[in-house]
Write a protein that binds this ligand. Structure first.
Ligand SMILES: Cc1ncc(COP(=O)(O)O)c(C=O)c1O
Length: 486
C-alpha cells in the first residue's frame, strides 16, 4: 500500500528523479521492481505523500526481501562473540545520550571518557600549519613517508628519553612513530599472535584486555569472576599501594603495565618497577609498558620511562602518546620503543633467539603507512624547547583541575586516590556498585564519570573522574559533587 501511494504521487511529479536522494540502502533500481516485494521507508515514515507541485527531497530506503535475509557464508570470528557489552566508552556515551534525551535542558558536564579539552598551544599548531601550507608547494610537498616515522621526530623522541635519564639508552631506530598508543596496542597484539598468555593490572585501560580477546588469546568471559579465562588479572588496590603482589602472580608471556595508571592514577616507584623488571627477567616475559601519562608525574621518585630501570631494555617495550601531553587526541600521534636487545626465545633459522624489533618493523611496514606528516610536524614542534614549555603549561592547567576536584571530594569526606601524578581521580565508594554510583552522579548532578568496574573487576566500588575539562566546568562540577555528597 505504502509503495503504491508513493508511486502514484511520484508519478504525477515531473521531476521524479530529482525528488529522491540515495539513502544508505537505496538502490538504483526501477521503481516497480523495487517496490513490489519491498519494505519502503521515507524520512522515517512509510507512507509519506509527495506534493506534485514542488520538488521535495525525500530520503528513501528500499529494502528488498533479498536484502533483509541475505547473509554471506563467512562465519563471524568467534573471539568477537566473547566480548562483553561493547567497549566501555561507547557504553558510557549511550547512557549519556539517553540521559540527555530524558533531560534535554540538563547542563551535562563530561568528566568521563578522558578526552582533552583545551586548545593545542599555537607554537605547536604553527608547526602543523607550516607543514600543511608547505604541502601546497612543489618544494614542501611530500607523499608517503617512512612507515617507522620521520627521522627528525624519531631523533627528537630519542632525545626526550635522554633528557628523562641518561641511562635509558633508547636509540632513534628503536622509536616507531604511530597514529597513537591505542593503535600500537592492537599492532603489538597482532605481532604476539593468539598463543601468548597475558597479565594485566586490575583495573586497567580496557584496550589491553579487549584486544587480547579479539586476538583469541583468551577463553570465555566468566560471569562469576567478571574475568576472561586465560588472562591473569593483577589486583591493584589501595591495600597494595596499587602495585600487584608479584609473589602470587603466575608467569605469563606478556605483562601489560601502565604507569601512571589509567584509571587509578597511581604511578609506580623506582623500587616497584625494579621488582617488575626482575620478575619479567626471571620469567622470561615481555612487559608492554604504557607511559601515555608520564608527563603528569610530579614526584621525582617515580620513573617516567621503564628504561630508567636497569635491565629493562632486555624485557620491555614502551608505548606512549602525544594525546595527553599536548591535546593530540584528535590529531593522532604516538610512538612505540622496541629495544634491539629484546629477543624472542626462537625464530632464527637455527631456532636461536630472534629480535622482536624486526617483527615489529614488519608489522609497521605491512599494516601501517606512516603517521600523518602534518601530525609529525606537530610532534616535532611539541618537542622543541618552546613546545615543551607550552605542553608543561597545558599539563599544569589540568593539574590545577585535579587539585580543585580532589579538594572538593575530600571536603565532603570521600576517599580519593591518584590525581598527584595523573589527570585522573579514583574515588572510593566502598560496598557500592560503581555503575550505580555512576548513574547517581549522572542522574542527580548531571556529571558523566566512568564506573570503575568498566576497567576490570578490581575497579568495583570506585569511579574515575577525569580532570580534562574547561575550568568553569571543573569548578561547577566540584560544587555539584560537594552538594551531592556533602
Ligand atoms: C593508558 C592509555 N593508553 C593509551 C591510550 C590511547 O592513546 P592514543 O590516543 O595515543 O591512542 C589511552 C587513552 O586514553 C590511555 O589511557
Amino acid at each position: 500500500m505504502a509503495a503504491q501511494t508513493l508511486l502514484s504521487s511520484a508519478a504525477a511529479s515531473s521531476s521524479l528523479s530529482s525528488s529522491f536522494e540515495d539513502g544508505e540502502s537505496t538502490k538504483n533500481v526501477s521503481f516497480l521492481s523495487a517496490f513490489s516485494p519491498a519494505a519502503l521507508h521515507c524520512n522515517g515514515r512509510s507512507n509519506r505523500r509527495i506534493s506534485s507541485k514542488k520538488t521535495q527531497v525525500v530520503r528513501c530506503s528500499v529494502k528488498t526481501q533479498e536484502e533483509q535475509i541475505y547473509a554471506t557464508q563467512v562465519k563471524r570470528n568467534p573471539n568477537f562473540a566473547k566480548l562483553q557489552a561493547g567497549y566501555l566508552f561507547p557504553e558510557i556515551g549511550r547512557r549519556r545520550a539517553a540521559h540527555i534525551a530524558k533531560h534535554p535542558d540538563a547542563k551535562v558536564i563530561s568528566l568521563g571518557i578522558g578526552d582533552t579539552t583545551e586548545p593545542i598551544p599555537s607554537v605547536i599548531t604553527d608547526g602543523m600549519k607550516n607543514k600543511a601550507h608547505g604541502l601546497s608547494t612543489l618544494e614542501g610537498y611530500s607523499g608517503y613517508g617512512a612507515e617507522q616515522g620521520e627521522g627528525p621526530l624519531r631523533t627528537a623522541i630519542q632525545q626526550l628519553y635522554s633528557k628523562i635519564s641518561p641511562h635509558t639508552g633508547v636509540k632513534p631506530n628503536e622509536v616507531f612513530v604511530s597514529d597513537g598508543a591505542k593503535c600500537d596496542i592492537a599492532r603489538l597484539q597482532m605481532m604476539f599472535g593468539s598463543d601468548v598468555t597475558i597479565a594485566v593490572q586490575d583495573p586497567s585501560y580496557p584496550a589491553y584486555v579487549d584486544s587480547s580477546v579479539m586476538m583469541g588469546q583468551t577463553g570465555l568471559y566468566q560471569t562469576h569472576s567478571q574475568q576472561y579465562s586465560k588472562i591473569h588479572y593483577m589486583k591493584c588496590s589501595p591495600e597494595n599501594d596499587f602495585f600487584p603482589d608479584l609473589s602470587s602472580t603466575p608467569r605469563t608471556d606478556i605483562i601489560f603495565f601502565c604507569s601512571p595508571n589509567n584509571p587509578t592514577g597511581a604511578a609506580a616507584t623506582f623500587q616497584q618497577l625494579e621488582e617488575l623488571v626482575s620478575f619479567a627477567k626471571r620469567n622470561g616475559s615481555i612487559i608492554v609498558y604504557d607511559s601515555a601519562y608520564s608527563i603528569y608525574i610530579t614526584d621525582d621518585s617515580r620513573p617516567k620511562s621503564i628504561y630508567e630501570i636497569p635491565g629493562a631494555r632486555k624485557v620491555a617495550i614502551e608505548i606512549s602518546s602525544f594525546s595527553k601531553f599536548a591535546g593530540f587526541t584528535g590529531v593522532r600521534l604516538g610512538w612505540t620503543v622496541v629495544p634491539e636487545e629484546l629477543m624472542y626465545a626462537d625464530g632464527s633459522p637455527l631456532g636461536e633467539p630472534f629480535p622482536v624489533i624486526k617483527d615489529f618493523n614488519r608489522v609497521m611496514t605491512t599494516s601501517f603507512n606512516g603517521a600523518s606528516n602534518i601530525a609529525q610536524a606537530g610532534g616535532l614542534a611539541c618537542l622543541s624547547e618552546e613546545g615543551w614549555k607550552a605542553m608543561e603549561d597545558l599539563v599544569g592547567f589540568y593539574r590545577e583541575n585535579v587539585s580543585i576536584l580532589v579538594t572538593a571530594l575530600k571536603s565532603v569526606g570521600l576517599t580519593t586516590y591518584g590525581g598527584e601524578n595523573a589527570p585522573y581521580v579514583w574515588v572510593h565508594f566502598p560496598g557500592q556498585s560503581s555503575w550505580d554510583v555512576f548513574a547517581k552522579i549522572l542522574e542527580e548532578a548531571n556529571i558523566v564519570t566512568t564506573p570503575g568496574s568498566g576497567f576490570g573487576p578490581g575497579g568495583e566500588g570506585f569511579v574515575r573522574i577525569s580532570a580534562f575539562g574547561h575550568r568553569e566546568n571543573i569548578l561547577e562540577a566540584a560544587e555539584r559533587l560537594k552538594k551531592l555528597f556533602g
